[in-house]
Design a protein around this ligand. Structure first.
Ligand SMILES: NC(=O)c1ccc[n+]([C@@H]2O[C@H](COP(=O)([O-])OP(=O)(O)OC[C@H]3O[C@@H](n4cnc5c(N)ncnc54)[C@H](OP(=O)(O)O)[C@@H]3O)[C@@H](O)[C@H]2O)c1
Length: 257
């Protein structure tokens, strides 16, 4: 039977994935390449980016690596110019780069810690949307996926800056979806729960914190990077052509309880 619904194909699309060298970003980049996109993986560390690109190419996907710190406007502009010169367009932007280095009570949270997290997790998303999104405005099409967290929906203990940064990403997503709908650009977020990556490794292996977190998750385990990447395929694909300003919770049921 002929498929009238090639809903999840990203064939012919150019996708930029920040933080694409490891963790969730790498899985999203691999999944997008497997669905036909040409993927540009960005991050600070060339070694991890190169190894992710190798894996995609070995699986017959199209990928390239470009170094970029999302907090540096000059880096973002350099990436934009390279991608436009070499690939001609940016159809999909996945703002995945993020950090969560400090667990401390509010009274022990330094201004430096606050600034560091806000700068990467929120200002980094602002930089990439604004500077890479310009090319989407020019082509009157595009889709942006901001990687958020349940921390953007609920409070987590000892994580005020991280929760504030992800709450900001949630609101940036809604407001930008409204702003750029006129330009044919969709903007959505994915709010992940706990996924097994470098970011969560310490918590997961902690003798008390790991089991306590798992006991809060209705599905009874952390997610894997491969299984959570599909949400980004959905939001980037024609299957989500009428979805914008949405935050898709992929959290094993955490926020349902
Ligand atoms: N894992 C979870 O349970 C979970 C849950 C909810 C939300 N999230 C969100 O998912 C995203 C990915 O997290 P993850 O768990 O995959 O973390 P991860 O394994 O620690 O990877 C973080 C990625 O972000 C990149 N990055 C960090 N700072 C950057 C900067 N200034 N410029 C460019 N790239 C930067 C890192 O690359 P370099 O080190 O090479 O720069 C790395 O590729 C984050 O936004 C995180 O907040 C994760």
């Amino acid at each position: 039977m002929m498929n009238r619904f090639p809903l999840f194909s990203l064939e012919g699309q150019v996708a930029v994935v920040t933080g694409g060298g490891r963790g969730i970003g790498r899985a999203i980049a691999e999944a997008m390449a497997a669905h036909g996109a040409t993927v540009v993986l960005c991050g600070r560390t060339s070694q991890t980016l190169d190894s992710a690109v190798d894996a995609i190419r070995q699986a017959d996907g199209r990928a390239t690596a470009l170094q970029m710190d999302v907090t540096e406007e000059a880096d973002v502009l350099r990436v934009r110019d390279r991608v436009l010169a070499e690939l001609g367009r940016i159809d999909i932007l996945v703002n995945n780069a993020g950090i969560d280095p400090h667990y401390a009570a509010m009274e022990k949270t330094s201004t430096e810690a606050w600034n560091q997290i806000i700068e990467v997790n929120l200002t980094g998303v602002f930089n990439c949307c604004r500077l890479l999104g310009e090319s989407m405005i020019a082509q009157r099409a595009g889709t942006i996926i901001n990687v958020s967290s349940i921390a953007g929906h609920i409070g987590l203990k000892r994580q005020v800056p991280y929760c504030a940064s992800k709450g900001g990403v949630e609101q940036l997503t809604k407001s930008l979806a409204y702003d750029w709908a006129d330009h044919g650009i969709r903007v959505n977020a994915i709010a992940y729960g706990f996924v097994g990556t470098d970011l969560t490794a310490e918590m997961a292996s902690h003798p008390h914190i790991g089991p306590r977190l798992i006991s809060r998750i209705p599905l009874g385990r952390f997610g894997t990077t491969d299984e959570v990447a599909g949400a980004a395929i959905f939001l980037a694909s024609p299957a989500a052509s009428y979805v914008t300003g949405h935050s898709l919770l992929v959290d094993g049921g955490w926020t349902a309880t």
